[in-house]
Ligand binder design. Structure first.
Ligand SMILES: O=C(O)CCC(=O)C(=O)O
Ligand SMILES: [Fe+2]
Length: 579
């Protein structure tokens, strides 16, 4: 079967119903999932297609970490679809379950859940060989590289990986089938690295080989979505190369360093008011200006903010040092049982999945910061990074309180209206985004269009530029970097809390070809039990009726954690009372 044949290519294209993804292949059949008609098994040779009813049990692939697998069970002469659903609960623990569809019987069944830490960052379809579907196991503790699901007995079992590759398996590899053998594959620049299990069941038969591919170097042809999709029908791992391109309506028209002359967000200086009492006229005036900026733009730049430049310089230096470490060292700081957040990246070469960024997330917990830093640098050398982060978070916490008090004051509320709820340190977190240079910045995004769900964000961006904000829901504009400033933006929770007086505005991070860009977002949230309900001062029956039903920050966060990617400001819309 050649899928490069023009006629077949055409027919296949005609058969696609909207955005189509390939989620498994076996015996020349492919499992397709399209946004319009859902799941189907497709025979590219005969162009026949069988539609599969949605599982009543599995979680939606667009919102959750859901992995698919497709295979043939020779013992019952039946094709089966396996869906691994998962979500993170409030404690960031992964909850998962497994559902199996029998094409012969036309039914979905839930089976015993998987004991493995599946590589959810990857979300590649399982690899079918030897009557079983295989996925990479991402939990380092077990030492088992591959989780296999036996289609006959519908149970999981271990497949040991190559002993000498064990350290690299996590995150760096994809699992594919090559010449009928299970194969771990990764690409480092133009070199493809393969580990092939020549004899199923024999650990010794893992064999490593490399292949350098001219055409796979990072040139633009690799990003051409037209052809690669059809190619991906025969080589499942190629489909991932399309994932890093955002859909066309998201492509950034404005470059990272394009800043309009006409407008930018307001700049607010705290120089005159940091030591002033609340009844001082100057203080009151700046509070009003801040509320007006947060109302109109949802964003402002803060200068003369009182945070020592050494603290800011120090964290930038330490974080850049961290991101410049080898991937192996950085991965020592990735999520595990005692570190619920930590470092994550798409893969070794940053080439596979969106977002086009390396991300470090840490809660405002000195113990966790130290744990992370020790795992990366060891017990004796962790102090410069951990101290820099702890000091920065402390300074941001103080600044956050100042801003939230000013906003409360400017809104006519008691000045501790928001800050009295900041009692849970671990509700607050830092997210460091390091965007590598991207060969195709006009089609990819560092961070897609989103609003911040928290109460308030204090963002530090370096001098490169790339933060863009959506004005009046339809016009993007770039935020010009200003030395020694922070960008402050209102989160969804604060918009609801203030009955829409302060706006949470959609923004995104665009990429560039030349430079790495660093941004550090400090997200402030109240205790999880805090009820987000606008106070009577901000609600009138006319003209400002209550806009949002009340919710707790804990509830809102839980919903967010269950969604894979929230585009725009959809999360808050759920609580809108009048649409
Ligand atoms: O990198 C940026 O400028 C934006 C970061 C951001 O919006 C976020 O982390 O939520
Ligand atoms: Fe953001």
């Amino acid at each position: 079967m050649t899928l490069h044949n023009k006629d077949i290519t055409c027919s296949i294209k005609i058969m696609f119903d909207g955005y189509t993804e390939l989620w498994g292949s076996c015996n020349g059949l492919v499992l397709l999932v399209t946004d319009r008609v859902g799941m189907s098994v497709f025979n590219p040779t005969t162009l026949q297609r069988v539609y599969i009813p949605d599982s009543p049990l599995a979680l939606d692939k667009n919102e959750f970490g859901t992995i698919y697998g497709f295979g043939y069970d020779s013992s019952s002469d039946d094709y089966k679809i396996v869906i691994l659903s998962s979500y993170k609960d409030e404690m960031y623990e992964i909850v998962k379950f497994v559902d199996v569809y029998s094409l012969k019987r036309g039914v979905w069944n839930r089976v015993i859940s998987s004991p493995y830490g599946h590589a959810y960052y990857d979300l590649l379809p399982g690899a079918f060989v030897n009557n079983a579907i295989h996925w990479l196991n991402a939990s380092e503790e077990s030492g088992v590289a591959i989780a296999a699901f036996d289609l006959a007995n519908e149970v999981f079992y271990d497949v040991c990986g190559p002993t000498d590759a064990r350290k690299e398996v996590f995150e760096a590899f994809d699992l594919v089938v090559l010449e009928g053998c299970l194969c771990m594959f990764t690409r480092f620049r133009a070199t493809n690295v393969f580990w092939m299990l020549n004899e199923y069941g024999s650990v010794e038969s893992w064999t490593k080989f490399k292949k350098t591919c001219e055409h796979m170097d990072t040139d633009e042809s690799e990003f051409d979505t037209g052809g690669t999709f059809v190619e991906s029908l025969v080589s499942p791992f190629l489909i991932a190369s399309n994932d890093r391109i955002n859909s066309e309506d998201e492509w950034p028209v404005i470059k990272h360093d394009d800043f309009t002359k006409e407008y930018d967000i307001p700049v607010i200086s705290l120089s005159e008011i940091l030591q002033k009492p609340e009844d001082d006229e100057m203080y009151k005036n700046v509070c009003r200006i801040m509320v007006a900026a947060a109302h109109k733009w949802g964003f402002f730049k803060l200068v003369d903010h009182g945070v020592a430049s050494e603290i800011v310089d120090d964290i930038k230096i330490c974080l850049n040092e961290f991101f410049n470490l080898s991937m192996e060292k950085k991965m020592n700081g990735s999520r595990n049982g005692s570190l619920p957040l930590g470092y994550s990246a798409s893969n070794l070469d940053y080439e596979r999945n969106l977002p086009w960024a390396e991300i470090l997330q840490l809660l405002q917990s000195p113990q966790q910061v130290v744990e992370f830093s020790k795992r990366v640098y060891g017990d004796d050398h962790h102090l410069s990074l951990s101290n820099a982060i702890i000091k920065y978070m402390k300074a941001q916490e103080e600044l956050g309180r100042i801003i939230l008090k000013m906003l409360a004051h400017g809104l006519g509320l008691t000045s501790d209206f928001f800050t009295r709820n900041l009692t849970e340190k671990e509700a607050v977190m830092i997210r460091v985004n390091r965007y590598p240079p991207c060969p195709l910045p006009e089609k990819c995004l560092g961070l897609g269009s989103h609003s911040d769900p928290h109460t308030l964000t204090i963002l530090l961006q370096d001098e490169i530029g790339g933060l863009q904000v959506l004005k009046d829901d339809d016009q993007w504009f770039g935020i010009r970097p200003v030395p020694n400033s922070f960008i402050v933006n209102i989160g969804d929770t604060l918009e609801a809390w203030t009955n829409g007086r302060l706006k949470s505005v959609v923004h995104r991070a665009v990429l560039n070809k030349e430079s790495h860009r660093l941004s550090i977002a400090y997200f402030i949230s109240p205790a999880s039990t805090t009820v987000i309900e606008s106070p009577p001062e901000l609600v009138d029956s006319e003209p400002n009726p209550r806009k949002y039903a009340s919710f707790t920050w804990g509830e809102f966060r839980k919903e967010l954690l269950m969604q894979k990617r929230v585009v725009g400001k959809t999360a808050l819309d759920r609580y809108l009372m009048y649409r």
